[in-house]
Design a protein around this ligand. Structure first.
Ligand code: GDP
Ligand code: IMO
Ligand code: MG
Length: 428
């Protein structure tokens, strides 16, 4: 099974990092194709915890070549900070490849991200403040800086001049901030150029050649379907393509080469930042999910908003990604309840919606229609086969499978690499 996409089916933090890491020993390449250091993936190996932001989770597997694809936005200081930190823990990072076509995050992107959020006030997105949106905005406006530009100082300076000519007007006249100089920006960017140079290549050639040889490539999404700039809850989204199509545009590998699309989904739902979230809980149950599930952001430390499983979102994610498999994570968190509610449809101003309304106003008015499923009390963290699970936990998974429009191929019962029940091989 040569090419597999692993992506988030909700609003992020579903456990994509763990799912990718688990397949690590069986894949040759792991490609990050979208987003930047807004992502936060926690991977737990033999009780050791690693938090990855810009690096693909495959970096932790000895045989894997990790790749940062052209669809990513790269903050060089973060990249080298993260590399140094995991090298200090004994991880070999020497195989990392970076696409010359990836865009760079400069200091002015971070500044604009923060001042824009402040300016938006009540209408803010709740971004991670890492400069992601402004860097992608420049890419689309054709005034972005790419990794290749670092190796021609003349071109780099010209491009920074062009970008700052606009941005300084905005910063000084609209936001009342100080102007940013060309020199400080070029200096900041060139600081890492020599260290980066040996990693930079045309990664699309590398990946297509690998597929030609029959090697296995895993495409690991940052963020998730409901945060996708096209298919998410716009405008409360990130600025990249986190859905399956993004794996192709963000890597230079065509859709005919993708064999499998795996959606990672929590057994309940969380969201960080602003925006609509129909099953969000504001009561003790929400607090219980946050505490039991350890739902605090890996990147910003913000408490995650928590709610029940939303099968309407799951069906939507199955459809827009063409999912072949779902991996349900954190089933262990739901242990110890009489019943577990699952949202099967929405009530929007008195009208039942079985599918997700993509009109922003309707979605903001969506109220969940719940079905109560019987709960279980047994500790399931040691279960390793489906039959090991208590009958009601099995029924819960079967109900989710039937409601979500896609088969459930694996179930997470704990944060560790080994804490997973496999029902169908994701690479076969
Ligand atoms: P990602 O951004 O999709 O990679 O997810 P995060 O790492 O931000 O958040 C998922 C969190 O859940 C991490 O702390 C994981 O260690 C943890 N996790 C993943 N799968 C499971 C699981 O099956 N059970 C439990 N209890 N924790 C899990
Ligand atoms: P992983 O890969 C959860 C959210 C932010 C904000 C919105 C836009 O760990 O699942 P941005 O900084 O991207 O412009 O912020 O998107 N967001 C995430 N939420 N998990 C993530 O990544 C996220 N990356 C961005 O909270 O609401
Ligand atoms: Mg995360």
């Amino acid at each position: 099974m040569p090419a597999v996409v692993v992506l988030g089916a909700q609003w992020g933090d579903e456990g994509k990092g763990k799912a990718t890491d688990q397949l690590g020993s069986r894949v040759d390449y792991v490609v990050k194709f979208n987003g930047g250091n807004n992502a936060g993936h926690t991977v737990v190996i033999d009780g050791e915890k690693y938090a990855l932001h810009l690096l693909p989770s495959g970096i932790l597997s000895p045989g894997v070549t990790p790749v940062i694809g052209n669809g990513v936005v790269v903050d060089l200081e973060v990249l080298f900070g993260e590399l140094d930190a995991i090298e200090a823990r004994g991880v070999d990072t020497s195989r990392l490849l970076v696409s010359g076509g990836a865009h760079l995050i400069a200091g002015y992107h971070r500044t604009i991200d923060k001042v824009t959020e402040r300016f938006l006030g009540k209408r803010r997105i709740g971004t991670t403040g890492r400069g992601i949106g402004p860097a992608y905005a420049d890419k689309i406006s054709r005034v972005g800086l790419r990794v290749w530009d670092l190796f021609d100082e003349h071109i780099l300076t010209q491009k920074v001049e062009g970008a700052l000519a606009q941005k300084n007007h905005l910063l000084v006249k609209v936001y009342n901030r100080r102007a940013i100089t060309v020199e400080e920006t070029v200096e900041e960017l060139l600081r890492y150029a020599d260290r980066l140079r040996p990693m930079v290549t045309d990664t699309a050639v590398v990946l297509n050649d690998a597929l030609d040889r029959g090697e296995t490539v895993l495409f690991e999404a940052g963020q998730a379907t409901m945060l996708d700039v096209d298919h998410g809850t716009y405008p409360f989204v990130t600025s990249s393509s986190a859905t399956a199509g993004g794996a192709c545009t963000g890597s230079g590998v065509g859709p005919t080469r993708i064999d499998r699309v795996v959606g990672v989904i929590k057994a309940y739902t969380t969201r960080v930042g602003e925006g609509p979230f129909p099953t969000e809980l504001f009561d003790d149950d929400g607090e219980w999910l946050r505490k039991t599930g350890g739902e605090y952001g890996t990147t910003t430390g913000r408490p995650r908003r928590c709610g029940w499983y939303d099968a309407v979102v799951a069906r939507y994610a199955s459809r827009v990604n063409g999912l072949t498999d779902l991996v349900v994570t954190k089933l262990d968190v739901l242990t110890g309840r009489e019943t577990v509610p699952v949202c099967v449809a929405y009530d929007v101003d008195g009208v039942r919606y079985d599918e997700l309304p993509t009109d922003q106003t309707l979605f903001h008015h969506a109220k969940p229609i719940y079905e109560e499923l019987p709960g279980w009390w047994e500790d399931i963290s040691g279960c390793r086969t489906f039959e090991d699970l208590p009958v009601n936990a099995q029924r819960y998974i079967e109900a989710l499978e039937q409601m979500s429009g896609c088969r459930i191929s694996a179930i997470g019962v704990g944060p560790g690499r080994e804490a997973t029940i496999s029902r169908h091989d994701l690479l076969d």
